[in-house]
Ligand binder design. Structure first.
Ligand SMILES: NC(=O)c1ccc[n+]([C@@H]2O[C@H](COP(=O)([O-])OP(=O)(O)OC[C@H]3O[C@@H](n4cnc5c(N)ncnc54)[C@H](OP(=O)(O)O)[C@@H]3O)[C@@H](O)[C@H]2O)c1
Length: 262
């Protein structure tokens, strides 16, 4: 019975991972959320193979407590960790446009803390359980916006702090891969594509980001048909996750299993 931990599972892509995986009653799922009381969509899922646990990915104590709950339920094992939780502010500014040096510094550090340091804390909290698991797969959600070549080609100057923090994620994945390949671990930085996960109308800042992103997309992928649904994205991601092996540990690929980001 494969076991999975998914962070940021209350909504968006994280929720969709739990939803699709829970359809197989042989899977044991641990949905990590920041606030159980507002994770109402998870509670409404029909599967009885889902345990909801609470942890902010910046809170080591809470992550260790969640790992201890998983350990109790699985006999000290975990097969898959999906580091999905992330912060995505949409400041609507490029690096030089923030109103002050303090504002750009805060935006950079806020994203780094959740998206990069949070991934390290989460991975470390579950490492010993993963070691005892049979698949030893750690998937961390990244983005095509963290690809330097794509960024320059597409002139994608928007979402700077988010993109920079996700570029750090790619190196975190490479560092773990370098260390744990010999133990049979597969680490993967996986971009889900451009996925429509928004539940409310965009703010003015988000519209500005969309404009910048739209220009970048038009430049390099003029035939792009628009964002995909969480259902489509997670289905494709699970195919990549299932076929990825230790041989290619440390890679950074898209939901297509290659460098096609859109
Ligand atoms: N959507 C896209 O087009 C897209 C494209 C490229 C990459 N990605 C990546 O895919 C992943 C999921 O994206 P999404 O669109 O589903 O995001 P989303 O809808 O904004 O959901 C983000 C999730 O992360 C959780 N989260 C945020 N900060 C956290 C923290 N400090 N500790 C624990 N959980 C935290 C949120 O919890 P709350 O529910 O409590 O707020 C939420 O459940 C992210 O890693 C993102 O970077 C998405």
């Amino acid at each position: 019975m494969p076991s999975y931990v998914v962070t940021g599972a209350a909504r968006g892509i994280g929720f969709e991972f739990i939803k699709q995986l829970s359809a197989d009653s042989g899977n044991i799922l641990f949905a990590v959320v920041r606030n159980k009381s507002t994770a109402t969509k998870l509670a409404a899922l029909p599967g009885n193979n889902i345990t909801v646990l609470e942890a902010d990915v910046t809170d080591v104590k809470a992550l260790n407590a969640a790992a201890s709950e998983v350990s109790k339920a699985t006999g000290g094992k975990l097969d898959y960790l999906i580091n999905n939780a992330a912060l995505m502010n949409h400041p609507g500014f490029t690096l030089d446009q923030f109103p002050s040096p303090e504002a750009v510094e805060k935006d950079l550090l806020d994203h780094f803390k959740v998206n990069a340091v949070g991934v390290v804390h989460t991975t470390n909290a579950f490492l010993s359980l993963l070691r005892n698991g049979s698949t030893k797969k750690v998937i961390t959600l990244s983005t095509g916006l963290a690809d330097a070549e794509f960024t320059v080609l597409a002139e994608a100057a928007g979402e700077p702090s988010y993109s920079i923090s996700k570029a750090a994620v790619n190196m975190i994945v490479a560092k773990y891969a370098a260390q744990f390949k010999g133990e049979g671990f597969t680490f993967l930085a996986l971009s889900p594509g451009l996925v429509n996960t928004s539940i409310s109308a965009p703010t003015a800042e988000e519209l500005e980001e969309h404009k910048m992103l739209g220009k970048a997309i038009a430049k390099i992928a003029p035939d792009f048909k628009g964002p995909i649904t969480p259902e489509e994205s997670v289905k494709m991601q699970l195919e990549v996750i299932n076929r990825w092996t230790v041989k290619d540990t440390g890679a950074f690929v898209s939901h297509f299993g290659n460098k096609q980001w859109l």
